[in-house]
Design a protein around this ligand. Sequence first.
Ligand code: C5P
Length: 235
Amino acid sequence: MSSGITPVLRDKLIVALDVSSPEEASDLVARLGDSVSFYKIGLELAFGGGLPLAERLAGAGKKVFLDLKLHDIATTVERAAAQVARLGATYLTVHAFPQTMAAAKQGVGDSGLLILGVTVMTSYDDQDLKAAGYLFGVRHLVERRALQARQAEIGGLILSAEELPAIRELVGPDLRLVTPGIRPAGSSVGDQKRVMTPANALRAGADHLVIGRPITRAADPRAVADAILAEMAGA
Ligand code: C5P
């Protein structure tokens, strides 16, 4: 085994399967082989037949993050979360409203599925929140919801890399902090605006890094994943 790449370190890298069909996703998973142990399935793939794939991946020993961003009345969230819990995934996202987080936690029970709260979408700025009728700006709302997530005793939070140090200090060590917007030095930023390297994000307190296109669109995805893991091992 190459230096420092333990199973625990490998689980810190979550590859976003942002493709439209289970066939494309399965092909990527096969190409990544043993290098990658954790996959994120979002709305596009979930609605394109990705839920049976999630179940298959979990059955084959991979970890799965279902990024479904649930938000509805408490009963519906609770019952939906209970259904998701049967797929064998590790993480499920919900929007970080107190009722929604509490209902999702109730729904998953002791299945082992952990709920991650999405605080404020990073595509929103202060003006967007004001237009939607919120009294708080982004930073204040992210902090408030992070504390509410801790109070709801959910598993963790999705947040941008630049929020990591402040939120880690606010919520303490128990919540898992999961961050997208990661770019290895030298790779294309794409439509991400605020990016951090894998090593810096780990140093800033991330438990998991979600990385999509730098790996999935590479000519040799496995080689890129291995290089990222080597960088993470050195952090
Ligand atoms: O391809 P890339 O590495 O930018 O993919 C990042 C993944 O994380 C995508 O699945 C994207 O939907 C998700 N994400 C994000 N920024 C957020 C929240 C989620 O890029 N603020």
